[in-house]
Write a protein that binds this ligand. Structure first.
Ligand code: FES
Ligand code: FE2
Length: 435
């Protein structure tokens, strides 16, 4: 249970708020690079700020204020040029640093006034990595954008899934350090959704939570596993400050504002050995729906179930009304670290887990249970003979709405027949996929 004041500290992300200042020390994924094959600009709301992400005709990304400093036109309707973004109202043009590089009428009629030298558009650094576009809204010097090892794994098919979820980011991040929910939400409730009533999934017997440089690890022993299992020897990563790393799968809970988050999933599948060498030309990005055509929560896929859980806690969950139990030790650890970090940052300290040394930022490894799977791969026969590998290699069970064109690209990469995942009504929850 927290006081109202502490709950506000954890959840308010705007500029000047302690958590807003903390989160501005990190790079955040805000879009897929491949989205810009079909568009030039994208309105983005991030940490309570309204912005426009664009890619100009020379391929440079920029992230700038949504509104033109002239008379506030919406720059998401702007035109990209060889360099920069031009406002569609009176043609003022800006580059990715926010400099106003052209004012057609003023430059022509009154060049002596040199007005544009006095105009700046708010602009933030952006970088592309892993098929994602990342933004940094914090003070300079910016830390390095982490080069997480999976972004350069060879012989794989990656895909990016993006969804807006109507709740505060922090309750979603608490889900990244919540091992027991897997047993109940995904296994047991999943079973009820299928119309079954047992036997329930294996019970959790023992949990451990540990902090490391880039976040926290949770470890578990369940009825069906021992301390020799990677679930205990390695565990899963609650990635600081707002990510979740599950082996071949990252999730980020990116704050849009205090009451909405952008869920960004990066999913990797190693292709079968017969398909090697495989080089992916472009990482597809797709938008995952949160509600069905009738406006009901989609519950058929793992991550959709999580969305429903997070938003069900309220737009901003009221932590003055909660009662934490023994399963929440990780949640308590993470909150405590955030309070300590907010204080340290306010006092001028550097933030936790930043990488500033380029020599350190090369294929940065995280605790990984599936190392052999991604480094060695499997033959088609091995994949098809194992029900879990088969499901993960021939469907997308994590989130609803995978478009046909992504499914086809995945099938081609895998050299396997791939079907639409018809939901947890048709198959078991992919054990380990969300654990
Ligand atoms: S409002 Fe943008 S150029 Fe006038
Ligand atoms: Fe989950």
């Amino acid at each position: 249970m927290l006081s109202e004041e502490k709950n506000r500290q954890l959840t308010q992300v705007g500029p000047g708020k302690p958590m807003g200042e903390l989160l501005r020390r990190y790079w955040h994924p805000i879009a897929g690079v491949s989205e810009f094959d079909a568009r030039a600009t994208k309105p983005v709301r991030l940490l309570g700020e309204d912005l426009v992400l664009y890619r100009d005709l020379s391929g440079t990304f920029g992230l700038v204020d949504r509104h033109c400093p002239h008379r506030r036109a919406d720059l998401s309707h702007g035109m990209v040029e060889a360099c920069g973004l031009r406002c569609n109202y009176h043609g003022w043009r800006y580059d990715e640093t926010g400099a106003c590089v052209e004012q057609p009428y003023e430059d022509t009629a009154h060049p002596e006034l040199r007005m544009r030298e006095k105009i700046t558009l708010k602009a933030y650094p952006v970088e592309a990595k892993g098929g994602l576009v990342w933004a940094y809204l914090g003070p300079q010097p910016a830390p390095l954008l982490p080069d997480w090892e999976p972004f350069s794994w060879p012989n794989g098919f990656a895909q990016i899934v993006i969804s807006e979820v109507p709740c505060n980011w922090f309750q979603a991040q608490e889900n990244s350090i919540d091992p027991v929910h897997f047993e109940w939400m995904h296994e047991n409730w999943g079973q009820r959704l299928r119309g079954e009533s047992g036997p329930y999934g294996p019970t959790h017997l023992k949990l451990a939570f540990e902090e490391f440089e880039f976040g926290f690890v949770y470890k578990r022993v369940k009825e069906d596993t021992s301390e020799a299992h990677p679930n205990w020897t390695v565990g899963r990563v609650c990635l600081w400050p707002n990510g979740f790393f599950l082996g071949e799968h990252f999730e980020w809970r990116v704050p849009i504002d205090d009451e909405n988050l952008l869920s960004v999933t990066w999913k990797f599948n190693r292709v079968p050995r017969e398909q090697e060498p495989y080089v992916q030309a472009s990482i597809p990005t797709w938008e995952g729906p949160v509600f069905d055509a009738e406006g009901r929560w989609i519950t058929s896929h793992v991550v959709n179930q999580d969305f429903l859980a997070w938003a069900g806690q309220g737009r901003i969950t009221d932590r003055t009304q909660e009662h934490l139990g023994a399963s929440d030790r990780g949640v308590v650890m993470v909150r405590k670290r955030f309070f300590e970090e907010m204080k340290a940052i306010a006092e001028g300290a550097d933030a936790k887990g930043l990488i500033r040394d380029p020599a350190r930022n090369v294929r940065v490894e995280l605790p990984l249970m599936e190392r052999a799977d991604v480094t060695q791969g499997f033959t088609k026969a091995e994949i098809l003979a194992d029900p879990r590998k088969r499901m993960l290699s021939t469907t997308y069970p994590f989130q609803a709405g995978q478009p046909e064109w992504v499914r086809e690209a995945f099938a081609e990469a895998m050299g396997l027949e791939v079907a639409e995942f018809t939901g947890l009504g048709a198959a078991r929850t992919p054990a380990g996929s969300d654990a």
